[in-house]
Design a protein around this ligand. Structure first.
Ligand SMILES: [Zn+2]
Length: 130
């Protein structure tokens, strides 16, 4: 027994599709009326025409390309967030290190101020708080 191919919702309106058998097979949206390519299989005793019509309806090259692109973007976003967190941790540690140096009398004030200015620029560039 073959597995029944489930029809995807209409790509244009999200409506429910139905398989129509008029000798030829076609899948059509019950809401907006858009239809797949008509499929005609002569002497079709094994439901080949139904399968082909359903496959035609479910073929979505643009959606597939968008899903693939979204997967890549999601992966890149995860990497960017990981790098952003690592940068934030590094900045926090650097500020703590600077704060510890501030109390050292031999440590020049101008260097402390300059380092803090650089850290603020980095925080601004990464989009965090100042
Ligand atoms: Zn539709």
């Amino acid at each position: 027994m073959s597995e029944e191919l489930k029809l995807l919702p209409c790509p244009f309106c999200g409506g429910t599709p139905e398989l129509i058998d008029e000798g030829y097979k076609v899948v059509q949206c019950t809401k907006c009326g858009v239809a797949s390519k008509a499929v005609l299989v002569l002497n079709d005793t094994h439901g080949v025409g139904n399968k082909k019509a359903k496959k035609e309806w479910n073929t979505r090259p643009i959606e597939d390309a968008i899903r693939a692109e979204l997967a890549i973007l999601g992966f890149n976003l995860d990497n960017a967030l990981t790098r952003n967190n690592a940068l934030e941790n590094e900045l926090t540690e650097t500020v703590l290190w600077l704060e510890s140096l501030k109390h050292n009398r031999d440590f020049p004030e101008w260097f402390y101020d300059q380092m803090h200015a650089h850290i603020n620029v980095l925080r601004h560039l990464k989009g965090g708080e100042k």
